[in-house]
Design a protein around this ligand. Structure first.
Ligand SMILES: [Zn+2]
Length: 154
């Protein structure tokens, strides 16, 4: 089943929603944007995202690929089971449109690293929050919710 998605619907304001009921799906869409956003139209790349399909009731072992269409949409598809999963539009204003964040030259303070939930990676989205949020003294609502607070004055 192809899901035609307007990214703004799942990532309001270009960010992850706090609502846990939609956050998981929003994260999935954000990952496709992160992989596919930097591509030029017509380019494609593999994403480390498992295919959710179960053809003939057996889990597909394929990984999804993303493709940038000539219309500047991002498609996610599985070459193994040949399923088109997503067509994403209106993704350009999201936090992930330019791909993975740039590496940081410093280690995050322990007080920042510790509260990251299992599965979250230091040096990924949370550290992107640091330095982009001067109007809130280094915090953003999604980071504050998970206990991550940017180090000040560093
Ligand atoms: Zn598949």
């Amino acid at each position: 089943m192809v899901r035609v998605v307007d990214a703004e619907h799942f990532l309001p304001g270009g960010e992850l929603p706090d609502d846990p009921r939609v956050r998981r799906h929003a994260l999935r869409i954000a990952r496709f944007i992160e992989y596919g956003g930097p591509l030029r139209p017509g380019q494609t790349r593999e994403a480390l995202i498992e295919c959710p399909c179960k053809p003939k009731r057996r889990a597909c072992s394929g990984l999804l690929w993303v493709r940038k269409t000539p219309e500047d949409r991002i498609e996610a598809f599985c070459p193994s089971c040949r399923s088109l999963q997503y067509v994403i539009s209106n993704w350009q204003g999201t936090l992930w449109a330019e791909g993975p964040m740039e590496p940081l030259d410093r280690v995050l303070p322990a007080t920042v690293r510790r509260p990251l939930r299992r599965g979250a990676r230091a040096g990924n989205r949370h550290s992107r929050c640091i330095g982009q949020s001067g109007d809130r003294e280094g915090t953003r609502p999604d980071c504050a919710a998970s206990g991550v607070v940017a180090a000040r004055g560093s």
